[in-house]
Each structure stands twice: as structure tokens, then as C-alpha cells.
Ligand binder design. Sequence first.
Ligand code: ZN
Length: 109
Amino acid sequence: MSETKTDSIVEAVRADLLRRSQFGIAKYGTTLDRTDLSLRNWCPSLRGSVGSMTINWNKVTCELAPPEGLSATDMKEQAARCPCRGSDDYCTCQNVPDRTTLEKRQSAR
Ligand SMILES: [Zn+2]
């Protein structure tokens, strides 16, 4: 007979959803089973939730891996380190972070 395993991440999400549900019920005095709102009435709440999720997602992904692009300062600094001196827009110094830029980003965290 197989033993039921639980996933700590899933259990944490379940606990969080339950906590949010209890908070909402206490705050609004009703559950999501309410039928007095149209789908259109749910949109602002959904938009807010998606907005928060997007912001949080960007925060996390930017912390884990900064954008690959170069700022104007990065491009200027990399041009100074490259034989092309920034004269070639297609040179990697103007398009991809070099080792120095990557190390600078790493130490800035
Ligand atoms: Zn270059």
C-alpha cells in the first residue's frame, strides 16, 4: 500500500489560501460563493491581484537575474574597455554585458 506523501510547498500554499479566505470572510462577511456580483464586478479585484503578482514576479526575477540589456552607463563603460571604443553599434560591447559589468552587478547586490 502506497503512503500518501505531502509536498511542503503545496501545503504552504494551501495554508496561505485558507488564511486569506478566513481574512476575506471576516472582512467582507461573505464567501466567494456569493452570487450578488457579476463577473464584471470581479474584474477590479482580479486586475489588482494580477498587478500585484506581476510586480512581485518582476521583483523576484530581477533579483535572480538582472535584465540582460545594457544601460547607457554600461555601454559607455564597456566602450572604454573595447578596441572599438563604442564606435560599432553591433559590437558585443554595446549589446551584451561583459565580465566587468556582470561582476559589478553581482557586487551591487
Ligand atoms: Zn566594442
